[in-house]
Design a protein around this ligand. Structure first.
Ligand code: ZN
Length: 120
C-alpha cells in the first residue's frame, strides 16, 4: 500500500493541479457568465480573476507536492542503492579450512572436526 509512495504523491500532485485548474476555470466561467447576466462588472472581473489566479495558484502549489514526491522517490532510490552497495561490499564470512583435509571449520575450533588435525 505504501510502496512507491513518491510516485503516488507525484500522481496526486498532478491530479490536484488539474482539478484546481479545471475547477477554477469552470467556476470562473460560471461567475463571469452570472456577472454578465446581472450586468455586474465586479462579478465578471472576479470570475476572470478566479480563472487566471486560481489556475496559476493550483499549478504553483502542485509543485510543492510534486517536489515532495520527487524527494521521497529519490530518497528511496538512494536508500535502495546504498543497500545494494553495502550488501556487495560486506565481506563474505571468512571460512576457516583445515590445512590437512580442507574441511570447513567453526571459528573457535582447535582441532579439525573431520580429521582431527590441529588447527593453527
Ligand atoms: Zn581436517
Amino acid at each position: 500500500m505504501y510502496n512507491n509512495i513518491g510516485k503516488k504523491i507525484k500522481g496526486l500532485a498532478v491530479f490536484f493541479a488539474w482539478l484546481g485548474m479545471i475547477g477554477s476555470i469552470i467556476y470562473g466561467i460560471i461567475m463571469l457568465m452570472q456577472g454578465v447576466n446581472y450586468g455586474s462588472d465586479a462579478m465578471s472581473g472576479l470570475g476572470l480573476l478566479l480563472m487566471v489566479a486560481g489556475s496559476v495558484i493550483s499549478w504553483l502549489s502542485s509543485w510543492v507536492l510534486y517536489g515532495f514526491g520527487e524527494l521521497i522517490e529519490n530518497t528511496a532510490k538512494i536508500a535502495a542503492q546504498r543497500q545494494t552497495v553495502s550488501d556487495a561490499a560486506a565481506p563474505a564470512a571468512l571460512k576457516l579450512l583445515c590445512a590437512n583435509c580442507g574441511a570447513e571449520l567453526p571459528d573457535d575450533t582447535a582441532f579439525c572436526i573431520s580429521c582431527g588435525q590441529r588447527v593453527e
